[in-house]
Design a binder for this molecule. Structure first.
Ligand SMILES: C[S@@+](CC[C@H](N)C(=O)[O-])C[C@H]1O[C@@H](n2cnc3c(N)ncnc32)[C@H](O)[C@@H]1O
Length: 230
């Protein structure tokens, strides 16, 4: 187990450290839904936006926040990918941290925007809920949380793998398909998201499906959401 910055054990799946060491999942272009949601729902022009990204991975979304001249912070579990990012973006040596974002001491009442693109979904329900409670405290009143690509129970991989710790929404050991060999995968239905974000005012909740119409072999289904701290 890797230690987090507070000295506790990490909830983070070690699979991601191994994935990056094998040079896989090195996405470097900002995710289009993330760019669309921030452009559409966030007033990024009024002040220098303080942004927290949960799990920045290989830093795909960083150039976008650089272009907005925002103050960017991230907590990411993979030490090797964070070392690479510190080399690539030396200005973020102090603000991209190695740690478990489900167990991290964030600055309180500080952020204007928290984003999560495919990172909380690598965790169990209890870890996600703990993280959302902490993140809520870290957000300024009126600030927004944008969640992109939260896997849906309508995803064709939901029926695969084994349940983690009696948590019916979290699977592991998915051996084939879009989500294979990625460690823990969390899936949500609408009620589960309403429960997880019950403290927030959910402003947008959209469900997306992409179905392979040629071979009918997969359906990728996910949620995007915008939730405001009241
Ligand atoms: C699918 S990648 C997404 C990366 C990035 N957000 C993007 O959009 O390209 C998920 C990332 O979340 C990180 N992660 C998952 N659970 C974590 C946790 N509990 N603490 C810190 N990082 C975590 C993984 O290491 C991985 O880099």
């Amino acid at each position: 187990m890797i230690q987090n910055l507070q000295g506790g054990n990490m909830d983070f799946s070690i699979e991601w450290e191994n994935i990056y060491k094998k040079n896989q999942h090195l996405s470097i272009w900002p995710w289009s839904d993330l760019v669309s949601y921030v452009s559409r729902y966030v007033n990024s022009k009024s002040s220098r936006l303080k942004v927290l990204e949960l799990g920045c991975g290989a830093g795909a979304n960083i150039p976008y926040f650089l272009s907005l001249k925002s103050e960017y912070t991230s907590v990411e579990g993979s030490e090797s990918i964070v070392n690479l990012l510190h080399e690539k973006f030396p200005q973020y040596q102090e603000s991209i941290h190695v740690g478990d974002f489900t167990n991290f001491e964030f600055k309180k009442n500080y952020y204007d925007l928290v984003i999560d693109r495919g990172s909380l979904t690598c965790n169990t329900t209890s870890a996600i809920q703990r993280c959302l409670n902490n993140v809520y405290e870290a957000m300024k009143p009126g600030s927004q949380f944008i969640g992109i690509d939260w896997f849906s129970t309508k995803h064709s991989d939901f029926d695969k793998g084994s349940v983690v710790e009696d948590d019916i929404f979290t699977k592991m050991n998915i051996e084939s398909g879009h989500l294979s060999n990625l460690g823990k995968i969390h899936f949500s239905d609408k009620q589960h998201l309403l429960d997880l974000f019950s403290k927030f005012d959910i402003q947008v909740l959209e469900h997306k499906t992409t179905k392979n119409e040629l071979s009918n072999s997969y359906t990728i289904a996910s949620w995007n959401l915008v939730a405001k701290k009241m």
